[in-house]
Write a protein that binds this ligand. Structure first.
Ligand code: CCH
Length: 289
């Protein structure tokens, strides 16, 4: 359909695949964490989007309001300056992309380059200003239970299945005592997206870690992995558990559902009229073939 091509071209002069490749280029770093900025970029995309409130329609990725002091300083966002600073030179190189498109695109790039599924991504978010900052308290706390998860995620329009699928992102990355107070990774391969988070939740014995930090669980066998109390609710809560079992058994089902729900997360609150067509963003490894 030639009109579609014309529409897509007129919505933007940005070469999004070039932006994607620039992000992919800075993901790996020997000096940072487990060798990759991927996990913290996924967390930036999630915290930029997870402020959405379906009742008022405010919050969400449109606006990129975490650039401003009130929201940047919310406790939940501690450490995300590392992710924002990593992307700043890319914003300078491609000044026409909005921060809100860049942060969500970077999250998609991180997921895809860390072995995850293709996530359909659309351009068109607009950056807001300081008045659009959301109030503190819209993102989840790790020391609570299933009711808290539902309170936070139902407000964003997610159901139980979607909550469990999204939580699978904790296959990636780690907790930092100087950011959240919690400590350690959830899986043995924190820079690769797998369904190991669900497998470990069900297969390992989890016990309270005896330490001075906030309440968290450790695996009895190696004591080198962690789960938050909210993570463990995906095992103990009757509404969540069936999905945890499904995703532990079937990684391709997890990938399929994760792709759909991560796209939904990154688009929540953005007026549909702002969006372009889906922009095909290829993994680096698939571009040379
Ligand atoms: Fe998360 N997350 N997250 N999380 N999260 C943390 C780190 C990551 C909760 C708490 C924490 C999602 C849901 C939840 C990532 C993605 C997602 C940390 C450690 C805490 C605490 C922060 C630190 O110390 O650096 C809670 C509670 C929930 C409730 O559901 C969802 C949804 C996603 C994405 C879809 C990723 C990735 C990380 C690793 C970040 C890193 O820097 O390694």
């Amino acid at each position: 359909d030639p009109t579609k091509v014309k529409d897509a071209a007129s919505t933007s002069q940005v070469d999004y695949q070039a932006v994607y490749n620039a992000v992919a280029d800075v993901l790996d770093s020997e000096d940072y964490d487990d060798g990759s900025y991927g996990p913290v970029l996924v967390r930036l995309a999630w915290h930029a989007s997870g402020t959405y409130d379906k009742n008022t329609g405010n919050g969400g990725s449109n606006g990129a309001t975490m650039r401003f002091a009130p929201e940047a300083n919310h406790g939940a966002n501690a450490g995300l300056d590392k992710a924002r600073n990593l992307l700043e030179p890319i914003k300078q190189k491609f000044p026409q992309i909005t921060y809100s498109d860049l942060w969500t695109l970077a999250g998609v790039c991180a997921i895809q380059e860390m072995g995850g599924p293709i996530v359909p991504w659309r351009a068109g978010r607009k950056d807001g200003n300081v008045e659009n900052c959301t109030p503190d308290g819209r993102l989840p706390d790790g020391d609570k239970g299933g009711d808290h998860l539902r309170h936070i995620f139902y407000r964003q329009g997610f159901n139980d299945q979607e909550i469990v699928a999204l939580s699978g992102a904790h296959a990636l990355g780690r907790c930092h005592t100087d950011r959240s107070g919690f400590d350690g990774p959830w899986t043995f391969s924190p820079t690769t997206l797998t369904n190991d988070y669900f497998k470990l939740l069900l297969d390992e014995k989890w016990q309270r870690r005896n330490w001075k930090g906030p309440p968290q669980l450790e695996d009895k066998k190696t004591k080198s992995l962690m789960m938050l109390l909210t993570d463990y609710a995906l095992v103990t809560d009757k509404g969540f558990r069936p999905y945890t079992e499904t995703y532990a058994k079937d990684e391709s089902k997890f990938f399929e559902d994760f792709s759909a729900v991560f796209k939904k997360l990154l688009e929540n609150g953005v007026p549909v009229a702002q969006f372009s067509e889906v922009v095909p963003l290829k993994k680096v490894e698939d571009q040379t073939k």
